[in-house]
Design a protein around this ligand. Structure first.
Ligand code: SIN
Ligand code: MN
Length: 295
């Protein structure tokens, strides 16, 4: 196993104690299907990420899904990839940072990981719509990924509350494995493979109550690709922006499938990522050498 370092005194990971980020107690907690790490990104980093998404949401591209109720952006894909119209060096740096990639390596017990996709869900005040109950692996299995050995890092860019449509998990539900899903392209503008209602009700009857995933900006939540999750409409006056980076083992890269989804949701670039640095904000430009005085 890719061994984490000796346990730290506190189970709380901060932006100042970056690598390895996950201690054994936290690895154990992840068996519940998710792990919440408060304060992983600083207020300055979060502000820079929000500014990036303000810029990117104005781009005219098929990498962006808008709400049915109007032009508001619901999801922006592939911000980590330099070849994408939505590319952002900041999100790429975050995705390669020890805080995210290092943690994902520990959770998946593998150093050779790549990114299946990134998506930024801008659940905006009043307009932001629901995500129905689903397992992410419902789509990723159809992408040709053989094993449900994937983890997603969610970065909260706003405080997530019940009122603004936080995520809900059914704890431990990943242990049921993959549940046959059906396509729902009616509920929102976002096409989603969802768990059919009779199966969902049966499972809920025998499961712990869903838990709201609340947190301040800068909180990171890792979750298993088979955990059942959903989120409600944003009824509040506050945006709820989340950024998701999905890590997969290079050895579990998608096999060929008929009519594959576009690369912005199903990356085929499965070569192992190289870990970046912990500094994710662009460095200040070095000051230009002083101009020589005119003779
Ligand atoms: C998702 O499940 O993929 C997104 C849910 C959300 O952002 O609320
Ligand atoms: Mn999901």
């Amino acid at each position: 196993m890719f061994a984490p370092s000796a346990p730290r005194a506190s189970a709380r990971v901060t932006a100042r104690s970056h690598f390895p980020t996950i201690i054994p107690q936290q690895l154990h907690a992840y068996h519940g299907g998710y792990l919440i790490l408060p304060d992983l990104f600083t207020p300055g980093e979060v502000a820079a990420m929000k500014a990036e998404l303000q810029r990117i949401q104005a781009i005219d591209t098929d990498h962006l899904v808008r709400e049915r109720s109007g032009g508001t952006a619901k999801t922006i894909y592939r911000v980590h990839d330099a070849a994408s119209p939505t590319a952002s060096t900041l999100f790429r740096a975050a995705a390669l940072s020890p805080r995210l990639l290092g943690s994902a390596r520990q959770l998946l017990d593998d150093r050779a990981l790549y990114i299946h996709h990134t998506k930024c869900n801008l659940k905006s005040a009043i307009d932001g719509s629901v995500w129905q109950w689903h397992q992410d692996y419902g789509a990723w299995k159809r992408d040709g990924i053989a094993e449900p050995h994937m983890t997603t890092a969610l970065v909260m860019l706003d405080e997530a509350t019940e009122m603004n449509g936080c995520l809900y998990f059914i704890p431990g539900s990943q242990r049921h494995g993959y549940i046959e899903s059906e396509m729902d392209d009616r509920t929102t503008a976002y096409r989603l493979w969802v768990v059919p209602k009779p199966d969902l009700l049966r499972l809920m009857e025998h499961s712990p109550e869903p838990v709201p995933i609340l947190g301040k900006p800068g909180t990171v939540v890792f979750f298993h690709c088979n955990i059942l999750h959903a989120s409600g409409h944003n009824l509040s006056r506050h945006d709820r922006w989340h950024v998701y980076t999905v890590y997969n083992r290079s050895s579990n890269a998608p096999r060929e499938v008929p009519a594959p989804r576009p690369e912005y949701v199903r990356s085929v670039q499965s070569q192992a990522l190289v870990m970046g640095g912990d500094e994710v904000l662009p460095q200040a430009e070095a000051p230009a050498p002083a101009a020589k005085a005119a003779l």
